[in-house]
Unconditional design. Structure first.
Length: 384
């Protein structure tokens, strides 16, 4: 009977995002990806020496078709993000005999691609007449660059062969662990009653979560990189740990994967009529301490800001002490921050006039014109 341990990694992330927007909404057209690149990779594994038709052979075999392979694509040249910060993931299709193919959106600027084949279980021969079920850990190929119209083929067995498991005698993975949580974050929304923009904490859908599991007394690593949040921002992943791993020595690293997306930003524009009705002349305007009326927020006054989200991983250790009654563990929070990839001066209301924000001339009651900041917000997200 399998040993079962339930572990809920409740993740209340400070994720900065836009209403119902996720990484898929940054269109290929917006990025300038007007073409495609085709990538093909063939993966193998070595099961050890075995008997075939009475002859002992040692050869590489193609990985099972159940192995999941993804292309992790870095569009930094297009988004303005730092290299190695923002990614999109594309699942490759199994074509048989260990070969996987994926077609990705591409353009005339280089795109960095990393091919990742997730770990799998298969036979390993301790001797030609003695086999066990072993776990072959995740294989990651060195990153390479592609352009639109190119085809990249990787089938050199010296680069794409899964190594034999290190701890070959202890590869049973019957300890069940469930890691779950909810991804939430602050977004800008319009408060109809107050007629102001405000922040609201919401679940964030379509975000990728990467989970790595290690043990301090073992050099093996379990990596799960394709778990995504549902419509409510929740995620759940069931994993299997090695039987010989002591939970006191197991550490789980949970991280939100960085990705590019758009952020919906609300702003207010100076109301020329209110300025004229409120300040009779420049003296009245100055006497009021230049308390210009900016409260003309509207649900229609929005702009989409290009950028990316990135966050820090958390590490959860000492599982025996963290698993509470009924097998539930809590208090494992993540945080993620939105970074605009555009000049802040181009975003209405983010910068003051002194910082480079846009200004405009407005008439007062006596038709005197004064220069004021055109846009204003509370800069809710604190972009700097």
């Amino acid at each position: 009977m399998k040993k079962k341990i339930f572990f809920a990694a409740i993740a209340a992330l400070a994720l900065v995002g836009c209403n119902d927007k996720n990484q898929s909404e940054l269109s290929e057209e917006a990025l300038g990806l007007n073409g495609e690149a085709k990538i093909s990779a063939t993966f193998y594994y070595n099961p050890g020496a075995r008997m075939v038709d009475g002859v002992e052979v040692t050869e590489n075999l193609p990985v099972p078709e159940t192995v999941e392979v993804i292309a992790q694509v870095d569009y930094a040249e297009y988004t303005g993000a730092k290299a190695g910060v923002s990614f999109k993931q594309f699942k490759a299709s199994a074509k048989g005999n260990g070969t996987y193919e994926v077609v990705i959106p591409a353009g005339e600027k280089k795109i960095a691609v990393t091919i990742i084949a997730n770990g799998f279980s298969a036979d390993y021969y301790l001797a030609p007449d003695n086999k066990i079920t072993a776990y072959y850990p995740t294989q990651e190929l060195a990153a390479f660059d592609v352009l639109a119209g190119q085809e990249f083929v990787k089938n050199d067995a010296t680069e794409t062969t899964f190594n034999a498991p290190n701890d070959i005698l202890n590869n049973d993975r019957n300890v069940e662990l469930t890691i779950s949580g909810k991804l939430t974050g602050n977004v800008e929304v319009f408060d109809k009653d107050a007629k102001k923009a405000k922040t609201e904490n919401q679940g964030f859908k379509g975000a990728a979560i990467e989970i790595k599991i290690t043990s301090s007394d073992d050099d093996r690593e379990l990596v799960y990189s394709t778990t995504t949040t549902n419509d409510e921002g929740k995620y759940e992943l069931k994993v299997n740990l090695y039987d010989n791993w002591d939970l006191d020595n197991v550490e789980i690293e949970i991280a939100p994967k960085a990705f590019v997306a758009k952020f919906e930003h609300f702003y207010a524009e100076v109301d020329a009529k209110k300025m004229k009705d409120t300040y009779s002349d420049e003296a009245a305007f100055i006497a009021a301490g230049k308390a210009v009326i900016y409260d003309t927020f509207s649900a229609k006054n929005t702009v989409d800001v290009d950028g990316w989200w990135e966050g820090n991983a958390i590490k959860v250790a000492g599982l025996k002490n963290k698993v509470e009654l009924f097998g539930t563990a809590t208090g494992n929070d993540l945080s993620i921050v939105f970074t605009p990839s555009v000049d802040l001066a181009t975003i209405p209301g983010v910068l003051s006039a002194a910082e480079g924000g846009e200004e405009t001339e407005v008439q007062l009651g006596d038709k005197t014109e004064v220069t004021v900041q055109r846009y204003m917000t509370a800069n809710l997200m604190g972009w700097k």
